[in-house]
Design a protein around this ligand. Structure first.
Ligand SMILES: C[S@@+](CC[C@H](N)C(=O)[O-])C[C@H]1O[C@@H](n2cnc3c(N)ncnc32)[C@H](O)[C@@H]1O
Length: 250
């Protein structure tokens, strides 16, 4: 399995839309992750524009963020001024101390799958925690979702999470950890809510997703026109945040 590097850094070109359109993470998740982890310095991998960072930083923790895209990092620094930001990929990050918690919001799948659990283990203190989580958002109405999925198929967009049933990445993460004796106390949690998106916000959300950003700009605009015709004034989304937790055993 490899990571599509070109695709992993397309977010910066739409940093503003990304920040406005992507949902935040539930406060309860932040509470649960910090309760699970021992006290001490915290590392966030792939912090982007700081959607999770702001909520974690508000809890008064000592937080370092790793983010490779300078445009995302600029927005992150503006939003979370007290946080240390290292520009670069996690694979190249050299820690200056052990961390009590490593978390990644919607970003762990971008880190080299053959090395990510080794790298996490290397930066964690003994008993340090790892928390990886993803927002899954699906269009609540199944008939509309099917129509939108048909548009995606016509444009060869096959990997968007918006118009198909849920893909639980946290479950995959937990399975990977379950086979690794260096991690223990594995847990999986889910946080569900619904949200109404008006048409403009929904189209921004679509624009912020890498599968659509990778399209030729002309094709993307035509696709957005088709989506717009289907959704009218807007739609309801079901948002679930899936969290996988583990602890360094040794
Ligand atoms: C989908 S965004 C998530 C951003 C933010 N955590 C959030 O929840 O909105 C994925 C982020 O991972 C970053 N990224 C991509 N490859 C990475 C890597 N190898 N190491 C660290 N971050 C990476 C991207 O630049 C991007 O900001």
């Amino acid at each position: 399995m490899t990571v599509d590097r070109e695709r992993s850094v397309v977010f910066g070109s739409v940093a503003e839309e990304y920040d406005a359109a992507r949902p935040d993470y539930p406060d309860q998740l932040v509470t649960d992750v910090l309760a699970y982890a021992p006290p001490g310095p915290v590392l966030e991998v792939g912090a982007g524009t700081g959607k999770a960072t702001v909520s974690f930083a508000a809890r008064g923790i000592d937080l370092t963020c790793v983010e490779p895209d300078p445009r995302m990092a600029a927005r992150l620094s503006a939003k979370a001024p007290g946080v240390r930001v290292e520009i670069g990929i996690f694979e190249d990050f050299v820690p200056d101390r052990p961390f009590a918690l490593l978390y990644a919001a919607q970003a762990w799948h971008w880190v080299d799958p053959d090395r990510r659990w080794d790298l996490a283990h290397a930066v964690l203190a003994p008993s340090g925690a790892v928390a990886v989580f993803w927002n899954q958002y699906v269009v609540t109405d199944p008939a509309l979702r099917d129509e939108l999925a048909a548009v995606d198929r016509r444009y060869d967009v096959t990997s968007s999470s918006l118009h198909r049933s849920r893909e639980v990445r946290a479950e995959q993460a937990e399975h990977q950890l379950a086979g690794d004796p260096r991690y223990t106390d594995l847990e999986e949690r889910h946080y569900e809510r619904t949200d109404h998106y008006d048409a403009g916000r929904y189209l921004d959300l679509v624009r912020s997703i890498s599968a659509y950003q990778m399209l030729d700009p002309g094709a993307r605009e035509t696709l957005l026109g088709e989506i717009s015709a289907l959704i009218g004034d807007g739609l309801d989304m079901t948002l679930t945040t899936d969290l996988a937790l583990g602890r360094r055993a040794r």
